[in-house]
Design a protein around this ligand. Structure first.
Ligand SMILES: NC(=O)c1ccc[n+]([C@@H]2O[C@H](COP(=O)([O-])OP(=O)(O)OC[C@H]3O[C@@H](n4cnc5c(N)ncnc54)[C@H](OP(=O)(O)O)[C@@H]3O)[C@@H](O)[C@H]2O)c1
Length: 353
């Protein structure tokens, strides 16, 4: 029996056991082992049963993340398989044995081992610790709500914890067309900053301008001199989402006592060989990193953002919306860097939007 057939047989046995026990079933996307998009399998699994301290969420939508691409490509550490992927999910509470949340409450869930140490959000139901869940109220469509949690958490945390930006400052976003990069621009503009952002693709200038970028820079090599011609002395803050290949250039583009925060690694490179701080970091420039958790997204920040979207004051940078059975196409689009914003998948449990 092949490994895949074996896994399917194991899964079917689990479903049969659940059926005998009167358990409900759900559709979920399972990764048995790293591989191409064909390694993602839509299967029937038993609906998980929450223990006290955990929440069963009826997932309406979930966003796709590079972290799941890394997992599928075999670049993530600490994984066990088979695994339902997904480091975030958006939906309503189905049950919560500890009573911390009421059934029907709208929630997002993110991180804390979701889709890595335990099964995640690529499913009609997901079961997560209460500590990973944030409640909200909104009439926005699930396709919009599903785009928000991880994207907002990363952009908000990078600007506040990572960079500590202030109104009136100038921010450079390296990897500007990424969903995190565009959300960082949107938040920074609301906070009163001037934003410079990069793309490698000249066709994406209008996309960046549409989310509020003041100066678009085509990322075709070192940019520090071009940045300094727009921000004499260097920018106050730089958010590097591309990774270590661009980090030295971001440091050179930043003023004395300005801050560079590395939050992403779109280049799939996140270490610096032979890092020599005294030589590689310009005198007086500050270097930080940001790697967030659910607790880094305060509930009022999430609610205020959703209310601003509902009021028409903020746009959510959504690239494409897929259905659960289109998960392979969605992952292919992410791998091709062709979405132009956040990729959202609807499970079908919340209607068509
Ligand atoms: N620290 C955290 O807590 C945290 C949380 C979530 C995500 N992240 C990280 O944040 C980054 C952005 O995530 P995302 O989901 O927003 O990404 P995304 O939307 O999938 O980003 C797509 C964009 O990335 C750019 N890109 C891809 N490869 C690149 C490369 N080698 N060099 C430069 N640009 C490249 C492309 O822009 P152009 O073609 O326009 O140049 C493309 O439009 C990722 O590295 C992700 O892992 C970090």
């Amino acid at each position: 029996m092949t490994r895949r057939a074996l896994n399917d047989a194991v899964t079917t046995a689990g479903v049969d056991a659940a059926r005998r026990a009167g358990g409900r079933r759900m559709r979920a996307v399972v990764l048995d082992a790293p591989g191409p998009v064909e390694a993602l399998h839509l299967r029937e699994l038993p609906v998980p049963r929450p223990e006290p301290g955990w929440v069963l969420i009826s997932v309406k939508a979930f966003g796709l993340n590079r972290s799941e691409l890394h997992t599928r490509l075999g670049l993530a550490e600490g994984m066990t398989y088979p695994r339902v992927l997904g480091i975030e999910a958006t939906g309503v509470v189905a049950s919560c044995p500890g009573g911390e949340l009421a059934p029907g409450q709208q929630v997002v869930a993110l991180l804390g081992g979701m889709g890595r140490r335990f099964d995640g959000g690529y499913a009609e139901y997901t079961c997560v610790p209460v500590s990973q869940v944030i409640a909200f109220h909104s009439d926005l469509p699930w396709s919009t709500l599903g785009a928000v949690p991880e994207m907002l958490q990363t952009a908000y945390g990078s600007l506040t914890v990572g960079l500590d930006v202030r109104p009136g400052q100038t921010l450079l976003v390296r990897g500007g067309t990424s969903s995190v990069g565009m959300t960082a621009t949107i938040l920074a503009k609301r906070m009163g900053l001037r934003v410079l952002a990069t793309t490698r693709n000249p066709d994406s200038v209008d996309l960046l301008t549409s989310v509020g970028v003041d100066h678009v820079l085509i990322d075709d090599g070192p940019l520090a001199d071009r940045v300094r011609s727009l921000a004499p002395g260097g920018v106050d803050a730089a958010l590097d989402l591309v990774g270590t290949p661009t980090l030295p250039d971001c440091l050179r583009a930043t003023r004395v006592h300005g801050v560079v925060c590395m939050s992403g690694m779109l280049s799939n490179q996140w270490t610096l060989p032979d890092f020599y701080p005294t030589g590689d970091i310009p005198s007086g420039v500050r270097l930080t990193g940001y790697s967030g958790e659910a607790s880094d997204l305060p509930a009022p920040v999430l609610q205020e953002f959703l209310d601003a979207v509902a009021a028409g004051d903020v746009t959510v940078p959504i690239g494409r919306i897929f259905q659960l059975d289109e998960i392979r196409e969605a992952h292919r689009l992410m791998e091709e860097n062709a979405a132009g914003g956040k990729i959202v998948v609807l499970t079908g449990r919340g209607g068509t939007s």
